[in-house]
Design a protein around this ligand. Structure first.
Ligand code: BES
Ligand code: ZN
Length: 615
């Protein structure tokens, strides 16, 4: 009955009826079926001396159950000072609350007795210097060395370490923020940044589109800004901003390519914030301002696929969002698919194909070391830290599934289907069954017989890659493979490799062709001819350094140490630590380097490295 009424209301007002069915989020204490946060208003002061954010968070509530009066929020290491209920006329009343003991993965539920279904609550609080979602850096840890720096990384469940909220992607809210910070520093948030804002230490932000909590983001530091197009700019430390603007000059072309495929960009501006090298990820799709590692700047645009990826999230992820991390492939698989379509449109099919082949090959390698249940697209993550569930599966198996659908239905049918999917579920959070219902109705139903339900089941619920998957191929790699085989067979000297004009992905292909244990002589010859040790390209560097460790080519160690001390991006450093940890002598070296690197690492990178080293 209730559903029928909703459908009727939707019909009368001309709204699309969106069939989305709720599923509990195993990573949040919130109870959005009872009450949902609709808006957040932050008042925060940034204190570098104390390494804390302090102030208030006002939450506007939508009581689904009008008789309820209990609001449960997620927090982690937050010090709650007081909580008030705020009535529609602004009158306030103090509210009683309790904070559960801290769970190491999920933090502490904050249980507020609101007495009645109050429209707003205001929470006065401050963060801990150990907040898992913030990295506080001293001036010495930045490029210029002059000013301190701070940035957030909220995904997967770290927003709760800097704002008390319902930390689940099944809840969406709008937000405003008033942030005070030391003068001379710029504050950037996942909202309407003003690139001409005076450095006066007083910033106001507004995010009018409803977003999930993992897209809340803030950064404060000595940041310059340079415009790169009508709706694009880069923020970066002064010594980095010019290089960054050059590297990312194609961003507007990428947006235009994505719009042509999937409809209007709905977030107004798309800026890029280049963070210090300790940023633990490659990129983070914070709305209106992607946060990015400086290691994406290779100098030749060869790694800007990462920007295409974060931009693609403006459709897959930020617009249509996975309702919880068990359906992460809806975010990352769709995004990796869209990323490749953008790369194809802007840089051509050759480049896009090379990227596909490398990710397919690396997915196969990665899956060989994974349990069957870890290879499933839809996973059960109850009790599991969502940061640990990260693998190539939601990304590369997810996008491969969509390429499979594309190959069966053809782009003429599949492209409009995806575009309509983004429109249909825009600003909703969905699960795999929601996607499947929409797929059955709008693709399978219209073109029956092209894909069976057994095919779909194999992709979603069976380990590995189905035998009937389309195999990506790159003609340019044929020459690389031939050269690699000849080199490894001793038929071609390292300096005779046809590599003078190899682009980054050709090098990645070559490095992936090296055997489990190359000889020291082979490594020496390659290094002498092509100067791989010390390369400024992070993707080439980490694969090469792993190979040097396997080979026992210890001459590379000083450069390895420099690399992992300078960079904190997990993907680039953790494989090197893991490989070093396999021998006693390597492990001792790794631990010594880690001791020096640790203070500069983000808490997430510290945790991953310590796990790799068994510390
Ligand atoms: N949203 C992810 C990063 C993420 C995922 C953070 C899950 C925390 C939990 C982002 O879009 C991403 O996928 N980044 C990749 C880059 C990419 C080109 C695959 C990364 O950081 O390596
Ligand atoms: Zn992503």
């Amino acid at each position: 009955m209730k559903e029928a009424c909703l459908l009727l209301v939707a019909f009368v007002f001309g709204l699309a009826a969106v069939d989305v069915r709720a599923e509990p989020d195993p990573h949040s204490y919130a109870e959005p079926d009872i009450v949902a946060v609709r808006a957040l208003d932050l008042e925060l002061d940034v204190d570098f001396a104390r390494q804390q954010l302090s102030g208030t968070a006002m939450l506007t509530l939508d009581w689904r159950d009008p008789l309820a009066h209990s609001l449960v929020l997620d927090t982690r290491d937050l010090a709650i000072e007081s909580i008030q209920g705020v009535a529609a006329d602004g009158t306030t009343v103090d509210l009683a609350y309790t904070q559960d003991p801290r769970d190491p993965i999920f933090g502490s539920a904050l249980r507020i007795d609101t007495k009645t279904a109050v429209p707003n609550v205001r929470i006065r609080y401050h963060t801990s210097p150990q907040a898992s979602g913030l990295q506080w850096m001293t001036p010495a840890q930045t490029a210029s060395g002059k000013q301190p720096f701070m940035f957030s990384q909220s995904q997967a469940i770290h927003a709760r370490s800097w704002v008390p909220l319902q930390d689940t992607p099944s809840v969406r809210f709008t937000y405003t923020a008033h942030v005070t910070a030391p003068k001379a520093l710029r504050v950037v948030m996942s909202a309407d940044n003003d690139i001409a804002h005076a450095l006066d230490g007083d910033y106001r932000f507004r995010m009018q589109q409803p977003i999930p909590s993992y897209l809340l983001a803030i950064s404060v530091g000595e940041l310059d800004v340079r415009s790169t197009g009508p709706r694009t700019a880069v923020f970066a430390e002064p010594s980095v901003v010019a290089k960054a603007a050059k590297e990312f000059e194609d961003t507007e072309a990428m947006i235009a390519a994505a719009e042509k495929l999937y409809g209007a960009y709905r977030w107004e501006r798309y800026d890029i914030l280049v963070l210090p090298a300790s940023f633990p990820f490659g990129g983070m799709e914070n709305p209106r301002v992607t946060f990015a590692t400086p290691t994406v700047i290779a100098g030749d645009k060869s790694l800007v696929g990462l920007i295409a990826h974060e931009l693609a999230h403006s459709w897959s992820g930020n617009l249509v969002t996975n309702a919880n991390a068990q359906h992460m492939w809806l975010n990352e698989g769709f995004t990796s698919y869209v990323e490749n379509r953008i790369v194809e449109a802007v840089y051509g099919k050759q480049e896009a194909d090379m990227q596909l082949v490398v990710s397919a090959q690396e997915l196969h390698t990665e899956m060989q070391g994974m349990k069957a249940r870890e290879q499933l697209l839809v996973t059960n993550l109850e009790g599991i830290d969502p940061d640990e569930g990260l693998s190539g599966v939601p990304y590369d198996k997810g996008s491969w599934f969509l390429r499979f659908l594309e190959s069966r239905y053809g782009r003429d049918a599949f492209d409009p289907f995806l575009r309509a999917y983004f429109d249909h579920f825009a600003f909703h959070s969905i699960t795999t069954p929601d996607f499947l219902r929409y797929y059955s109705e709008n693709l399978e139903g219209k073109f029956p017989g092209k894909v069976s339900s057994a095919d779909i089941d194999a992709w979603l619920h069976q380990p590995g890659i189905p035998s009937f998957a389309p195999i990506p191929h790159s003609a340019r790699f044929d020459a690389v493979d031939k050269a690699a085989a000849d080199f490894l067979a001793g038929k071609l000297a390292a300096r005779k490799l046809p590599a003078r004009h190899w682009v980054t992905y050709e090098w990645l292909r070559f490095l992936n062709a090296l055997p489990e244990k190359p000889s020291i002589a082979q490594m020496q010859a390659l290094d002498k001819a092509w100067k791989l040790t010390g390369t400024g390209n992070g993707e080439i560097a980490f694969r090469w350094y792993v190979a040097t460790v396997r080979a026992g080519y210890t001459q590379a160690r000083p450069e390895i140490a420099a690399f992992i001390e300078r960079i904190g991006r997990r993907k680039l450093v953790v494989p090197i630590y893991s490989e070093l940890a396999k021998s006693e002598d390597g492990k001792a070296f790794a631990i010594a380097v880690y001791k020096k690197a640790k203070p500069g690492y983000h808490p997430m990178t510290q945790a991953s490295v310590e796990k790799a080293l068994g510390l």
